[in-house]
Design a protein around this ligand. Sequence first.
Ligand code: GRG
Length: 300
Amino acid sequence: MTTAVHTSFDFGAYLRASRERIETALEASLGPEEPETLREAMRYSLLAGGKRLRPILCLAACELAGGAAEEALPTAVALEMVHTMSLIHDDLPAMDNDDLRRGRPTSHKMFGEAMAILAGDALLTRAFEMVARRSPDVSPERLLAVVGELSLASGAPGLVGGQVVDLESEGKDVDLTTLEYIHLHKTGALLRACVVCGALVGGASAELLEALRVYARGIGLAFQIIDDILDVTASSEVLGKTAGKDLTADKTTYPKLLGLEESRQRADALVGEAKGALAPWSERAQPLLALADYITSRDR
Ligand code: GRG
C-alpha cells in the first residue's frame, strides 16, 4: 500500500547513501588532467561538497523509470560537473563577484580568474565526455538524447540565457514574469535536465517524461524561492556562500516582490504541484517526492 511504503521510506538514509555513492563517482571521474594546475582547480571545486541534489535527482529518476541507478552514474556526475562549472563562472568578478562558495574561497580567489574560467570550461566539456564516452552500459540512442537535453539546459535556452537576463536585470524593477523567466532558465533548466536525463537513461515512457518535466518546473521554481528566502534569513556560515548578496547587488527576489510569508506559501504550492505530477507513480516515486519536500525544508 502507498501509505506503508511512504512511512517506511527512510529519506535520511537514502540521502546519505546516495551522497556517498556520488562522492565516490565524482572522485573517480577526474584525471588524468594536464597540466597539474588545471587538475587542482577542477578538483577543488568539484570535490568541495555541496548538497549533490542534482545527481541525486538524476539517479532517482532513472530508478523511477525502471533503470538501475548505476547506469545513470556517469550522467549524474556530468550534471554535477555542469552545475559546478556554473557556480565557478557565476562567482567570477564579471558576474556575481563572490569570495565564498561551498564554505571555501571561490575558484578565482584560489587560482586566479583565468584558471577559474578554464577549470569551468574543462568541467563543462568533461561533462559531455562523461555521457558520450564513459557510460558503457547505456545505448547510443539514449546517450544521444541525454546529450541533447544537457546541451539545452547548459546553453542559451537554459543556464546561459537565464544568467544573461539576470545580469541585465540588476538594478532594474523586475516583474514576476521576468523573475520567473530568470529562474526557470538559470536554475530550473538544469534541475529539469537532471530528472529528464536520469529518466532517459532508465528508458522512461513519454508519459513519465512529461510528468517529470512538470515536476521539475515545480521544484525548480520552489528551489529558487527558498534560495532567495535563505539569502535573507540564513548566515553565510550555514549557507557556505555570502548571505545577503541579493540585496547588495540590488537584485529582484521573491521576498522583495511578495514578502517572506507569501514567498514561502508559493514555494509550498509549487512543491505540491510537483508532487501531484508524480501521483500515478507514487509508490516508486518516494525518493523524488521526498526530495521535493527537502527543497522547501532545507536550511542551506
Ligand atoms: C558557461 C555554459 C556556461 C554557463 C554558465 C554562470 C552561468 C552560465 C549561470 C549561472 C547559473 C547559476 C549559478 C544559478 C544558480 C543556481 C543555484 C541556486 C545554485 C545553488 O545550488 P545549490 O544550493 O548548491 O544546490 P550546492 O553547493 O549545494 O551544490
